[in-house]
Design a protein around this ligand. Sequence first.
Ligand SMILES: Nc1nc2c(c(=O)[nH]1)N[C@H]1C(S)=C(S)[C@@H](COP(=O)(O)OP(=O)(O)OC[C@H]3O[C@@H](n4cnc5c(N)ncnc54)[C@H](O)[C@@H]3O)O[C@H]1N2
Ligand code: MOO
Length: 469
Amino acid sequence: MAGEVRSVEEHVERVLALVAPLTVRPRPVAEALGAVVAQDVRAEVSVPPFDSAAMDGYAVRSVDLPADGTPVTLPVAGDVAAGPGAARALRPGTAVRIMTGAPMPPGADAVVPVEHTSTGRFVAGAARAEESVVLARRPRPHVRSTGEDVREGDLLARAGTEVTAALVGALAASGTVDVPVRRRPVVAVISTGAELVPVGAALGAGQITDSNGPMLAAAARAAGADVVRLGPVPDDPEALRAALDGALDRALDRARGRARGRSAHTPVDNPVDNVAVDLIVTAGGVSAGAADVVRELLAAQPPAVSEADVASVAMSPGRPQALARWRGVPWLALPGNPVGAYASFELFARPAIGRLRGAIRPGDDRLAELGRSASTLSTQSNILDGAPLPAAAAWSGAPGRLLVVPVRFVPLPDGSAAAPAGPRGSVGVVPAGSRHSLSALATADGLALVPPDVEKVRAGDPVRVLRLR
Ligand SMILES: Nc1nc2c(c(=O)[nH]1)N[C@H]1C(S)=C(S)[C@@H](COP(=O)(O)OP(=O)(O)OC[C@H]3O[C@@H](n4cnc5c(N)ncnc54)[C@H](O)[C@@H]3O)O[C@H]1N2
Ligand code: MOO
């Protein structure tokens, strides 16, 4: 029996209900790249923290220079380089040699760039200041004022934001030492199927190489998780049971090893006691076959299994799905067909990993929205804007199921009737090749999501696209 038929949205909700955001751990700012900020981060100090020169030149009081730009000679009273220490006050009627980034001397309100003075240019390494300088033009300020970029207390990153390289820089500049981020999730990936051999093994009759294992492990890493991979596992419930426990044990050993490396007292940190896996993803063995090992194991209801939920999801490909907990750890059982497995990863596993990482803020109404329409899947996954793109060719839908089509972006001819107004107007999508072809998926720029009520997609119709790159 295929179990209950349910919508993709309903299945997403059940997946998200199975996982919870991981614990918050401060991470040194320089190591926070790719993590998700767990609490709003505000600037500890203003940037720049003091008024500083924006040009190499002479700090002056602008009232000491004639408004009409007539050249004036001023004595050079000193020298300020960028570096520690406070600058001495500028005496009226004098200039101070100053370098970009150096603190403005109190009293000075402007910098005349060296190229607009009798000095012309500074010679690198020549430290002594000139006795006097002719300033040829009334200066613009050329001063970076305190807090002009960021003021102390400004919001730099909202909870739920992924840390980018530029954010690392902005946080460092404004005094963040440690960033509150959620722990990186650990995902166990296990492929099942008696026909599978690992990458590199010679193929015998009836055998194929396990591609789902490496593919889903790569997808989980790309989604921000660490991966423990086991398998391929033969179609034997006992072997699957051993693999599930084996993955948990291996992750625990790894976590203990890491904890020892950090400090003898650092506990293995996981919501479930003594388990170091946050999510199990299996592929294969969930449909109606006689050897469908995941279903067989779930049906046997061993004590390690709880909340088993076998479903037929109204999507194509990727219909047979199951959810459960194995020793309390959330388990997503995806179908074995590689394109179906990949589509299932994008629609179900990626949002689950996102929630573990805290990419969804607690109480965020996007969670609730998700149940309403497949279009809002964008906020859970990796589409930045949910703007639909026009189909550049016709293709058939899958009435009653959400059709997931690997598509490529193609330029649309100028003035094309298909092109909507706006900057994205010149891009459309076409199927990347046969729907079940992994090699076509590998060339796809995105996954088009065609709703269950669409029988046919015509050229020009707007299509929701989950971007893959
Ligand atoms: N009588 C029915 N048969 C099938 C149904 C159904 O409802 N009734 N559903 C079909 C659909 S849709 C799918 S999808 C598959 C999913 O079945 P399983 O999840 O049990 O997957 P398997 O049978 O294990 O494998 C399906 C297919 O994919 C290949 N595969 C599996 N794992 C891998 C891997 N790691 N790397 C590469 N290729 C893999 C496997 O060899 C099979 O060709 O069931 C349909 N049948
Ligand atoms: O649902 Mo299966 O994944 O169509 O190929």
